[in-house]
Design a protein around this ligand. Structure first.
Ligand code: G1P
Length: 314
């Protein structure tokens, strides 16, 4: 079986969590500090050795194509201003050995349908699916960890993490048994069950390495009650014929499909951003100190001594 050379990025979906910001701009272009979410996802894939990026795109998403294309105007202006370092920065967004391919999903008919749109471009080889609104911070990159597991076991691999039971309704949830450290043999998978029906506390994060046999299962699926074809039931059906593994990845997931996850990612990334690190850290400490003082003054911390704000200590 070939190695994993191709990744599918389903980016056709319309966001409602970040309106009005995403009314006319793709949610995948929301920046965490200075880099759009889709670029983090692409960098992770490139870090896993992937050289063909397949974007399943839709109306209103054309700026994603522009982002991964050359911009002669921007480069010209930067050169004229003597900002060679920034010219290199914008040119490095898409390395020369990486190819971008775009295919349209005319209607938002679900994640499984989006993956099916890439079938002809994938052909008969294993591939990754990367959901850009899950920002995964790992070293090595989480997808590289998964490709390693894939090559070792020669089976599809789903990235999973443990979650709080109330979060089951926003994940594909697996059942199975531990096989190896961090590796679970999946016996079934259910899309977004209620906490009572969740078979475990392991939910799928937005990374998959799949065998091409998934297409046959996707094509056999009937649309669900919302008229959509989801990926999870196709994986469940695939599981009945071949082994599927779940992998507890090493790293941190930020759910940038929610405002809270997005702000958490922004804060954590700012705290180690070369340009911001020091000033942001100082500001945050001052701000937290002030917030504690406010809370104390409001009586919510009456049982505790008044905190000393940074800069006030003697
Ligand atoms: C999708 C999948 C779900 C998975 C999740 C990870 O849901 O359908 O199984 O757990 O991504 O983020 P979505 O977040 O697109 O609703």
């Amino acid at each position: 079986m070939l190695g994993v050379r191709k990744a599918v990025f389903p980016v056709a979906g319309i966001d409602t969590s970040f309106l009005p910001a995403t009314k006319a701009s793709p949610k995948e272009m929301l920046p965490v500090i200075d880099k759009p979410l889709i670029q983090y996802a692409v960098e992770e894939a490139i870090g896993a050795g992937i050289t063909e990026l397949i974007f399943v795109t839709g109306r209103g998403k054309r700026v994603i194509e522009d982002h991964f294309d050359r911009s002669y105007e921007v480069e010209h202006v930067l050169r004229a201003r003597g900002r060679q370092n920034l010219v290199e920065l914008v040119q490095s967004i898409k390395p020369a050995n990486v190819e971008c391919v775009y295919v349209r999903q005319a209607e938002p008919l679900g994640l499984g349908h989006a993956v099916l749109c890439a079938e002809k471009l994938i052909g008969d080889e294993p591939f990754a699916v990367v959901l850009a609104d899950d920002l995964l911070d790992g070293k090595p990159p989480v997808l590289a960890q998964m490709v390693h597991i894939f090559s070792h076991y020669d089976s599809s691999v789903l990235a999973v993490e443990e979650f709080e039971s109330w979060e089951s309704t926003s994940h594909g949830v697996i059942d199975g048994r531990h096989w190896d450290e961090r590796v679970i043999s999946v016996s079934r998978i259910i899309e977004k069950p209620t906490p009572e029906l969740a078979p475990s506390s392991f939910g799928v994060a937005g990374r998959y390495v799949l065998m091409p046999s998934i297409f046959h299962h996707l094509r056999a699926l009937k649309p669900d009650a919302n008229g959509e074809i989801e990926l999870t039931p196709a994986i469940h059906s695939m599981r009945e014929e071949e082994q599927v593994l779940a992998y507890e990845f090493v790293g941190k997931r930020y759910d940038c499909g929610t405002k809270l996850g997005y702000v958490q990612a922004t804060v954590d990334f700012a705290l180690r951003h070369a340009e911001l690190q020091e000033t942001f850290d100082a500001w945050l400490r001052e701000r937290m100190g002030a917030a504690q003082l406010d809370a104390w003054a409001a009586g919510s911390m009456l049982s505790q001594p008044a905190p000393v704000a940074p800069g006030l200590a003697h």
